[in-house]
Design a protein around this ligand. Structure first.
Ligand SMILES: Cc1cc2nc3c(=O)[nH]c(=O)nc-3n(C[C@H](O)[C@H](O)[C@H](O)COP(=O)(O)OP(=O)(O)OC[C@H]3O[C@@H](n4cnc5c(N)ncnc54)[C@H](O)[C@@H]3O)c2cc1C
Length: 206
């Protein structure tokens, strides 16, 4: 069986790992347009339940992920000048770059063929040479556009603006939601610590 995975983000890489664990002899190729160490964004947050699922599925990558995350149990909400703390929520944060490197290394170890700087222009091109084509090409998926009649995505763009920002403030005691009313309207910050993103950011500024 030959499988092409389009997109080497967390979903594509983790699918490739999971499939190789179950079918070591199958050929699995991951095609990623970026270089191995290119990434966007800062961190990814995983809940306790997700970590448990990762542990059951592949203890090796789960253990490596656990060595590199920040863990916290509390959620802090700041609203109208007040802080409300809620406890008992298990979450961990990990830098996206770190997560991708861990998953890439694990995939390579299992024999997945990772091809970087490989732009996929049409998903249907791959259905000729591969038995299964897995679309893992993210939010602006070309696959979804190519097969729009099948997926029937209903996209409704609203006016909210979104931006990722990095800061030296670590937020390592709680997963933090801050609501502030400003002259430009409401601003909602969703802040958390992801250790390797923080370290990368520090070195970028050094
Ligand atoms: C601001 C923000 C915060 C988030 N926070 C969290 C969080 O805390 N926890 C969480 O679990 N999730 C979070 N997410 C969501 C998380 O980023 C996504 O769920 C996750 O990245 C999805 O992984 P993916 O592999 O499906 O897609 P992506 O990470 O988008 O990966 C898709 C990959 O496909 C590649 N690709 C795309 N098109 C092509 C092409 N034509 N040819 C070759 N390669 C291609 C891209 O380069 C990319 O590497 C957040 C998202 C955003 C925007």
């Amino acid at each position: 069986m030959r499988i092409a995975v389009l997109g080497g983000g967390p979903a594509g890489l983790y699918f490739a790992i999971s499939m190789k664990l179950r079918q070591p002899d199958w050929e699995i190729v991951v095609l990623e347009r970026n270089k191995a160490d290119d990434t966007f964004g800062w961190g990814v947050v995983l809940s306790d339940e997700t970590l448990d699922n990762l542990q059951v599925n592949d203890p090796v990558s789960a253990d490596t992920i656990k060595q590199h995350f920040a863990y916290w149990d509390d959620i802090a909400v700041f609203h109208s000048g007040q802080k409300m703390l809620s406890t008992g929520h298990g979450f961990c944060g990990i830098g996206r770059h770190r997560l991708l490197v861990i998953l890439q290394q694990r995939a390579l170890e299992l024999g997945v063929d990772l091809r970087f700087e490989a732009e996929v222009s049409k998903t249907s091109d791959y259905s000729v040479d591969y038995d299964v084509v897995v679309a893992a090409d993210g939010l602006n998926s070309k696959t979804r556009a190519e097969f729009s009649e099948v997926f029937e995505a209903d996209i409704d763009q609203r006016l909210c603006q979104f931006v990722w920002l990095g800061t030296h403030q670590k937020f390592d005691d709680a997963f933090t939601f801050i609501f502030e009313q400003t002259k430009h309207g409401w601003v909602w910050a969703h802040a958390y610590c992801s250790p390797s993103a923080f370290m990368r950011q520090r070195s970028d500024f050094a």
